[in-house]
Ligand binder design. Sequence first.
Ligand code: MEV
Length: 437
Amino acid sequence: MTKAISGFSRLSKTEKIAWLTSTYFENPTQATQVLSSYWNDDKKLQQLHDEFIENTVTNYYLPLGVAPNFVINDRIYTIPMAIEESSVVAAASKAAKFWQDRGGFKTTVLGTTKVGQVHFTYDGDASLLTSFFESIKPQLLADTAAITKNMEKRGGGIKDITLVNKTQAVADYYQLHCTFETLNAMGANFINSCLEQFATTLKAGFEAEARFRESGANLSVIMSILSNYVPDCVVRAEVSCPVADLSEKNIDGAQFAKKFIQAISIAEEEPYRAVTHNKGIMNGIDAVILATGNDFRAVEAGVHAYAARDGQYRSLTHASVDDGIFKFWIEVPLALGTVGGLTKLHPLVKWSMELLENPSAQELMQIVAVAGLAQNFAALKSLTTTGIQEGHMKMHLMNILNQMEATDAEKQETVTHFKTNTVTHSAVVSFIEALRS
Ligand code: MEV
């Protein structure tokens, strides 16, 4: 039987599932049941999810958890996090609690500028193109008036357009490098619409110029698209306290600060460590991005490019001790939206936004940066003291129990036992087997 199909997208959902399950699964009835067990009984809600993408066959659940007690600029937040990794929400909550008693998190938005580019080739005299660009710039802006009207009313819009000569890098390659302020919108549609209009105006203006016709020069638009690299849409989050206040039961504040800063220095200089270090930060960032319906792929791409902006991939967080004060901070680019996209559509995104008391995009940037900083603090605190596995395995215990299809009673006994015993996969398996025999 062929495993290829034409016209798949035109089939009904039931037909798609019938084809998939009969083509790829040993037990089509069971495979169908797995899918249907995740459908929502509320038909309207299911339709909403079906229509987010093409070829939807079911819903893919992730847990939505919350981390309370985040003090950010003296305001208390409970942060929603959608993530499957077992220790992330617990780690965030612990870090929030730790800093709640030590002044909380302080944040500042350093910039909100977003970027888009029209990429084109031109094979004529560069100075002619420069003077043409200067003359057509007002027209580029005027022709987008219908697109920018509402954004401008709210205080946003196009900030600037510059012509960039990239012919040293790629033959005949130029770009219109454009900057935007999109306020509470992530702005992808707004930016891309403006860029496509710029491209149209540029091409039409070029074709209307006799000097270009006479010289025989060609201009060809390659593509118009926003950039997910947003080094001027950056937020800073910070915690600080006297070194002595870092002390806890088994931890001496000064020793903790020293090791913590060494761990950061390693991540600043050593790319193998930096990638894992930043991955831990993204555990926090992505979980909030997902819960609030933002585009985590865009954020990931932009953040990692930023981490490598001087040519070497480095830590996003930094730490210092000056005059007995420990300081730990992150600066991270985040192009986020709190209007548009999924924000008004997905009921759990709406719920998460309300939990955060309906933040502006700038407020959300600050909350997300804090989630990243908190996550990194929790990871480094474990790594430089007890090691990561103790907490991880405790959180992983429930996954092992579920894999073994443990009953509620077995779960309860196992959790009690492992409060005072080291969790390993084999120790849990042996314990359950002993219970069952
Ligand atoms: C695991 O998801 C994240 C950590 O590896 C981060 C780190 O090493 O800093 C714990």
